[in-house]
Design a protein around this ligand. Structure first.
Ligand SMILES: [Zn+2]
Length: 460
């Protein structure tokens, strides 16, 4: 049986554990455990990442299954597998979008991603299954960091995987600078990621709210209405997010009742939080990546308004200073020479994405749309000569708030200022780009102060 498990078999342990949950038939639990792939499970249970070389989405459903097996058995072995898998994949093996994998695989060790930037990155099924895993972990241990990852992957890997004009979906999410998104077609190109992809876009309402005995967690800022029947509470959320970091929650309850309302303060909310209850500003002490905890006796039509200013921040790759990978992405330039010295200055080079709040920003690299036959269909045989030129960003300040400005009258549209070479670029949320070349990852070149030592040499 263990030999058979070397092939891709989906989430069979998950399916049988779920069946056992319904039937309580011990044979179904036995069957779930027969699908436990021990060669993969044991190192994870011991806290070791031995994922290098493995096919990513063959494994992630097994981890979702381990989570379910923990829930039906209480065996901590399964809890350790699911938790460590989540930790090492989402914190050490994902790109800025929250997606993972390259050519469907984990080809490198943890924190080695610069060499993996290419056109066949971040298979959409992987993001889909990581969201499932995240949901399990949050229900065991409701930490804001789980919900932060969920938001990141939902807005940047999932929302960005559908073509808004015709509903077609991505297989790989290309991270190759100057490349574009390649979508399926209704008849001739249909991938695993098309199947899971259809489920993705039916699930935006799925993980906005959670509850415990005390009250409600508001994890995502999405216009919605929650009906919590046991407590006869309705919670209505109105929000312009992500155009604006603001949300208004209105509570309906037939009788006033005590409840805890927890509102996520995301990791990116570093410029403070303002809170109004029924129009009256309240004192708040909320750190990024935590929950604003509001416990009180709530009455009908009570209203909570939360403002979380969004700012720009960089999301460098863990091995952002991998010069060989930069050179590989842009062979026409000589980063080696630049790195060592140019007219007596020193430079620090990094491969990084730019974020606005939770949104990955993409550089819009061409005003002309690509033709339909390039954007849709078989993912192979793409004309490389259509790759757009990608500017490098020469910055004095590492803080992007110093060199990105909003474009007037165009929500969520920004422009770099005097840093792009050969020219500045327009930045929009990654999910808004679907018919022209883009880049998410930039080579960011920071001039160090004269006399400053640079960190490494190329040969290091
Ligand atoms: Zn897939």
């Amino acid at each position: 049986m263990q030999d058979i498990l070397e092939t891709e078999f989906g989430g069979m342990n998950d399916i049988f554990a779920r069946l056992y949950e319904v039937t309580k038939d011990p044979d179904h639990l036995l069957m779930a455990k027969r699908f436990d792939h021990q060669r993969i499970f044991k190192p994870l249970a011991d806290g070791r990442d031995e994922l290098k070389g493995l096919h990513a989405n063959t494994q992630i459903p097994k981890f979702v299954g381990a989570a379910k097996e923990y829930e039906v058995t209480g065996d901590p072995y399964y809890e350790r597998i699911a938790s460590f898998a989540w930790e090492t994949i989402t914190q050490h093996r994902t790109f800025a979008t929250g997606g993972t994998s390259s050519y469907e695989h984990w080809r490198t060790g943890p924190d080695q991603l610069a060499s993996e930037i290419g056109a066949s990155t971040a298979e959409t099924c992987c993001s889909y299954n990581l969201l499932k895993l995240t949901k399990h972990l949050f229900t065991w241990n409701p930490k804001a960091r789980y919900a932060d990852y969920y938001e990141r992957a939902l807005f940047n890997a999932i929302l960005a995987s559908q073509n808004p004009e015709n509903g077609m979906m991505l297989y790989f999410c290309s991270l190759k600078p100057g490349h574009w998104k390649v979508f399926n077609t209704p008849r001739d190109a249909f991938w695993c990621c098309t199947g899971t992809g259809i489920e993705n876009h039916a699930e935006y309402g799925d993980s906005i709210y959670f509850h415990d005995d005390q009250g409600i967690y508001v994890n995502l800022f999405i216009p919605s209405e929650l009906s919590w029947q046991e407590r006869e509470i309705t919670l209505r959320q109105e929000t312009p997010f992500p155009r604006e970091g603001k949300t208004i929650l209105t509570l309906s309850t037939p009788e006033s009742q005590q409840m805890v309302l927890r509102i996520r303060v995301p990791y990116w909310a570093t410029k403070g939080v303002t809170l109004k209850i029924n129009g009256v500003e309240q004192e708040v002490d909320a750190q990024p990546q935590s929950y604003l905890r509001l416990e009180r006796i709530w009455s009908n039509n009570d209203q909570v308004e939360v403002t979380l200013p969004m700012t720009f921040h960089m999301a460098p790759l863990p091995d952002a200073d991998n010069l060989a990978s930069m050179q590989n992405l842009n062979p026409r330039k000589n980063y080696n020479v630049l790195y060592h010295a140019e007219r007596g200055h020193r430079y620090e080079l990094n491969l990084a994405a730019i974020m606005y709040g939770p949104l990955v920003l993409a550089g819009r690299l061409a005003e002309d749309k690509l033709s339909q036959d390039v954007i849709f269909g078989n993912r192979d045989a793409r004309p490389e000569d259509l790759l757009a030129e990608v500017p490098d960003l020469f910055v004095d300040e590492g803080d992007p708030n110093e060199w990105i400005v909003p474009v007037e009258d165009q929500p969520l549209t920004f422009r770099t200022q005097n840093v792009g070479r050969p020219e500045d670029v327009t930045l929009v949320p990654f999910y808004q780009i679907y018919d022209r070349p883009y880049t998410i990852y930039w080579i960011v070149i920071k001039k160090l102060q004269p006399g400053a030592k640079y960190l490494k040499t190329y040969n290091d």
